[in-house]
Design a binder for this molecule. Structure first.
Ligand SMILES: CC(C)(COP(=O)(O)OP(=O)(O)OC[C@H]1O[C@@H](n2cnc3c(N)ncnc32)[C@H](O)[C@@H]1OP(=O)(O)O)[C@@H](O)C(=O)NCCC(=O)NCCS
Length: 242
C-alpha cells in the first residue's frame, strides 16, 4: 500500500473524486462555506490530502487542515465550517499553526472493512507530527448518527458497547487510534437551499412546512414553504487524537 498526497500526485485528482463521490449525500456538496473555500484549501494544504494506493489504484483517502488552537475546548472552532475558515484565514494572515484538524476520510466502495480508514488517519497523524503540529483533532460525522436524527450528539456520544467503545463504527476507528471525545460541535455545518433544491438533493417531496428526517442527515432538515427555504444545521462531535 502506497501513501501519496495530492501534492505528489495531482494526476490522481479525477480518480479520487470518482472513487469517493458516491459515498456522500448530495446535500453536503452545497455547504456554502466549503464551496467558497475549497479551492484555496486545495491550493494551500495539499500536503494534508492523502491517498492510499493499492497496485496504483486509489482505495482510500482523507484530508485535514492546519489551524491555530490552544488546546482548550473553548478555543475549538465552531465545527467543520469554522475549522475551514480558521485554516484559510490563518494561512492568509500568516498565523502560526499548532494543530491538524482532520476533516474527512473515505474508502472506495468495494474497499470497506479492511481497516483502510484507520491507515488514512494514521498517515495524516504522521504528517502532522512531521510538520511539528502538536495536536490532532476532528469534528467527526459519526456514520450511524443519521439513524438517530432525534438524538442530541451529547447523548449519542455516550452510547457505548460492552467493550467501552462507541456504538458508532467511525468513532470506534478514531478511539482505537487513541482519540477521546471533547464534546459536540452544535453548528458544525450549515446548509440552506430553496425547497426545490432540497427536494432534488434528497429525492423527497416536502409538501408542508416542518422538520423532516432526511436520509444520511445527522439532524432534521427544517423546511419553510412560506420563505421557500430549507435549513440544515449539522451537529458533529469533536474528538482529540493528541
Ligand atoms: C467510514 C469509513 C471511512 C470507514 O472506512 P473502513 O476502512 O471501512 O473502516 P474500518 O475498516 O476501519 O472499519 C471500522 C469499523 O466500521 C465498520 N464498518 C465499515 N463499513 C461499515 C458499514 N458499511 N456498515 C457498518 N459498519 C461498517 C467495520 O466493521 C469496523 O467495525 P468494528 O469497529 O466493529 O471493527 C467508510 O465506511 C466510508 O468511506 N464511509 C463513507 C464516508 C464517511 O462517512 N466518512 C466518515 C465521515 S468523514
Amino acid at each position: 500500500m502506497d501513501v501519496v498526497t495530492s501534492a505528489d500526485r495531482p494526476d490522481l485528482e479525477q480518480q479520487a473524486a470518482e472513487a469517493f463521490r458516491v459515498t456522500w449525500p448530495e446535500f453536503v456538496f452545497h455547504d456554502p462555506v466549503a464551496t467558497q473555500l475549497v479551492a484555496r484549501v486545495c491550493t494551500y494544504f495539499p500536503q494534508y490530502d492523502v491517498l492510499l494506493l493499492d497496485g496504483g489504484r486509489v482505495v482510500a483517502g482523507g484530508w485535514g487542515v492546519p489551524i491555530a488552537w490552544d488546546g482548550s475546548v473553548a478555543d475549538l472552532p465552531e465545527g467543520y465550517d469554522g475549522a475551514l475558515a480558521r485554516a484559510v484565514d490563518g494561512h492568509e494572515s500568516g498565523v502560526d499553526v499548532t494543530t491538524l484538524c482532520l476533516m474527512a476520510a473515505a474508502v472506495a466502495q468495494d474497499e470497506g472493512r479492511r481497516g483502510l480508514a484507520g491507515e488514512v488517519l494514521s498517515a495524516l497523524r504522521r504528517r502532522a507530527a512531521d510538520a511539528g503540529l502538536v495536536h490532532v483533532v476532528a469534528p467527526l460525522r459519526p456514520t450511524t448518527k443519521a439513524r438517530y436524527p432525534l438524538v442530541p450528539m451529547s447523548r449519542f456520544a455516550t452510547w457505548t458497547r460492552a467493550d467501552g467503545l462507541s456504538v458508532d463504527p467511525w468513532l470506534r476507528t478514531h478511539q482505537r487510534l487513541g482519540a477521546t471525545v471533547l464534546g459536540p460541535a452544535p453548528r458544525s455545518m450549515v446548509i440552506t437551499g430553496t425547497v426545490a433544491e432540497w427536494e432534488s438533493w434528497t429525492a423527497m417531496v416536502f409538501p408542508e412546512s416542518g422538520r423532516y428526517v432526511v436520509p444520511d442527515a445527522l439532524n432534521l432538515v427544517d423546511i419553510d414553504l412560506e420563505d421557500d427555504v430549507g435549513t440544515y444545521v449539522e451537529e458533529n462531535l469533536w474528538v482529540r487524537h493528541v
